[in-house]
Structure formats: C-alpha cells, structure tokens
Design a protein around this ligand. Structure first.
Ligand code: HEM
Length: 374
C-alpha cells in the first residue's frame, strides 16, 4: 500500500486548482483569481514583468520563494548562485546530512527519522554557505539557525486564514525573528546589499529545498524496491519536482488589462501559474497520459521530452537563482536514498500551509543495498 496521500485527492487550494478545467485561462471565482493552464500562458505571465507584477505582501504569499514587496521593490533580480558556491554548499550539505543521521542514531535510535526535521540544519547551513561564503563556521551556523527561526515564525502568519493583526502574537514573534536575522546579517562580512535581500534569498533557499528533499524521501520510501535499484538519481529528482513541486503555485498581479491567450484579464487581477498543474500535462511529460499522476522516474529515460518543462524553478527574470544548488542537494539525497531501502513508518499527509510539504514524513532505513557507502 502506498502511504503517500495523493495530491490529486487533496482538498483546499490544491484541489481547486487540480479540478479546474484544463483549457484556456480559467477564472476560479467570479472576480478571479485567473489560472493559466498551458505552458505558453504560464511563460507569458512569468516573463512579461511589465504586465504581470509581483503581489505586494511577503507575509501573505503562499510561499517564501514568492516573497516580495515588503522586503524589496519587487524588481530586484537575484544573481544566480555560481558553480563554485554550489560546490561549497553541496560539500556542506553532504557532511551535515551524514551528521544529522548520525546524531539521530545516537540520541533516538529507536525512533523513525523525520525528513522535514532532519533536513533543516543540513539545508540551512548549505544554503547559508553558498549565499554568504565569507562567514566563518560559527557565524554561518548562527545565521542558519536565525533563518530557520524566521521561517518558523512566518509559518503561522502565512497559514492564517485572515492576515493576523499588526500587534498579534504571531506578527510580533515574526517581527522579532526577522529583526534578529537582519541584525546578524548587517554585521556579516561579505554582504553586498541590504540585509533584507540576503534574508529573502536565504529563506527562499532554505524553506523550499527542505520541502523538496522531504518529498523526494517520501516518494522513494513510498515505492521501496525489492532489489538494488537501477534508477538514475536525477530522474528521481525530476519526477519528485514534477509530482510535488514545493512551490506548486505562484501569483502575479496584472498592471493593466491584458490579453492572455485570447482572454481579457482585467487590471489588478491575480493570475496564477502552477508548476504542479503543468507537470500533469501529457504534452510535457513522457509516458501514457493515464499514468501521469504516478511516480515513475524511469519515464525520463525517454529523452524526447525535456525534464523541467513544467517550470518547477519558475521562468523569466525571476526564475529561481538557486536552482543549481537545489538540484545538487536533491541529487545527493537521491543517490543516498537509492542506495538504501527506505520505508515510510506512517502515512504522509500533504500540508498546504506554505507551498506543499509532506507532514509528517517519518521513515526508516530498512536495509542497506549492496554497494552503499558507509
Ligand atoms: C529544489 C529547490 C528549489 C526549488 C524547487 C525552487 C523553486 C523556485 C521557484 C518556482 C521560484 C519562482 C517563484 C515565482 O516565480 O514566483 C523560485 C524563486 C526563488 N528562489 Fe528558488 N527553488 C529552490 C531552491 C532555491 C535555493 C537553493 C535558493 C537560494 C540559494 C533559492 C532562492 C530563490 C529566490 C531568491 C527566489 C526569488 C527570485 C526572484 O523573485 O527574483 N531557491 N524558486
């Protein structure tokens, strides 16, 4: 039995988007939001930044990687993480992942692992190293912990049905966590630009890969193999990002009335792009249309389709600047998982409070495959 709750049967916003008709531009309510349902429409929305602007409020957006407005003008373009920084970050991730597993085995050997918890420090320290390579280890670890604290403090603000009041507990806690992070960044050596920008980069570059990594573990653990696996690690990564892209939806606001694929969308309307929806379009994914909702990493052996066509890292000037680091983290995790036999120890539920994340994602390493490393 697969113990992974199906994204297709999830309710909430996810259910509304997945059950929408997949033709044209669909108004989900009487006054929108408007959902794009084809790659061409999605590309237009993400690349034409003069017609489609960012939503204004960082704390009310669905996901940190879509954070804009309060923390920056909305038109800042983040430079991509360079290959040498990706390599440094990855080395930190590999060492910290091993350390996190070892610490779990030492302190709670009889408990299952919890992927969302286990990935926090390795990802936080990895991304902080890549974004701020001048930090010494002590400061890096402090900044990484402060980012995690801010992400945690933002969660209830983002998840609340109505924006919490300015002086509510949730807002105050978020403000305190944000100030502590900004203060640490303000004195960080090698920071070019305001602390707010570095904080946004770090938060987006930590929260999203934690969820992506946990999804990858969840998919592997929900599909244990009987013998050694012959699957390509990168195919597992793409299949995970196709079925459960953590930034499953992103929004833009029209700056004027626009023609979107023949549809008139009024000025000031919210337009949605969903990599999760695009990843289920038969024209973008190899394999039988009926099998598109299943986990089949081998489908990517078919090289006639380019993996990533469903935009799991976005597109245009605001596409993900950390995609190579994200791919490096996930590929390492995929190699680790493929060399072992993982099994879920309880059903995984799709949490929709901030992007999508598998919560909880508890698993055990049942046996080790032949040839696995130490
Ligand atoms: C598997 C890992 C990752 C995935 C799936 C992912 C996904 C995305 C997506 C879809 C967007 C575009 C959102 C939009 O258009 O509204 C985005 C933006 C962004 N990502 Fe990532 N990301 C990942 C890793 C990272 C990492 C490691 C970093 C930093 C080192 C990072 C930093 C950012 C930032 C700063 C933005 C905002 C860019 C802008 O608005 O100009 N991401 N990410």
């Amino acid at each position: 039995m697969t113990q992974l709750d199906s994204v297709e049967s999830a309710g909430g916003r996810l259910g509304a988007v997945l059950s929408a008709p997949r033709s044209g531009v669909v108004a989900l309510g009487r006054h929108g939001p408007w959902l794009t349902t084809s790659l061409d429409q999605a590309r237009q929305v993400l690349t034409d930044v003069s017609d489609f602007d960012f939503p204004g409020d960082v704390t009310r957006s669905g996901d940190l990687s879509a954070s804009r407005g309060e923390t920056r003008s909305g038109h800042v373009v983040f430079p991509p993480v360079t290959p040498d920084r990706v390599a440094r970050g990855l080395a930190v991730f590999a060492a910290e992942w091993d350390a996190a597993l070892a610490e779990h085995d030492r302190s709670t050997p009889d408990e299952p692992y919890d992927a969302m918890a286990l990935l926090r420090r390795p990802v936080a320290r990895c991304t902080t190293t890549a974004v701020l390579p001048s930090l010494d280890v002590t400061r890096r670890d402090l900044v990484a912990d402060l980012v995690l604290d801010w992400i945690d403090a933002l969660a209830p603000v983002i998840a609340a049905r109505r924006p919490p009041r300015r002086w509510s507990r949730a807002r105050r806690r978020e403000g305190e966590a944000r100030s502590a992070l900004h203060a640490a960044l303000a004195v960080a050596p090698g920071l070019d630009g305001p602390p707010q920008l570095a904080a946004t980069m770090l938060a987006a570059g930590i929260q999203v890969p934690i969820a992506a990594g946990a999804w990858l573990v969840a998919w592997l653990a929900a599909h244990p193999s009987k013998g050694p696996r012959q699957v390509d690690a990168s195919h597992v990564v793409w299949e995970t990002l196709r079925l459960t892209p953590p930034t499953w939806i992103t929004a833009r606001i029209t700056t004027r009335e626009v023609d979107l694929d023949g549809h008139r969308v009024p000025s000031g309307a919210v337009v949605l792009v969903s990599p999760l929806l695009l990843g289920r379009l038969p024209e973008l994914v190899p394999g039988e249309p009926s099998g598109l909702t299943g986990f089949a990493p081998d489908r990517w052996r078919d090289e006639t389709q380019r993996p990533g066509a469903w935009l799991p890292f976005g597109a245009g000037p605001h596409a993900c600047p950390g995609r190579h680091l994200g791919m490096a983290i996930l590929t390492h995790l995929s190699e680790w998982g493929l060399a072992r036999r993982l099994a879920l120890s309880q059903p995984v539920v799709v949490d929709q409070s901030r992007g999508i994340a598998p919560l909880p994602c508890r698993f055990v390493v049942a046996t080790r495959e032949a040839g696995a490393g130490a």
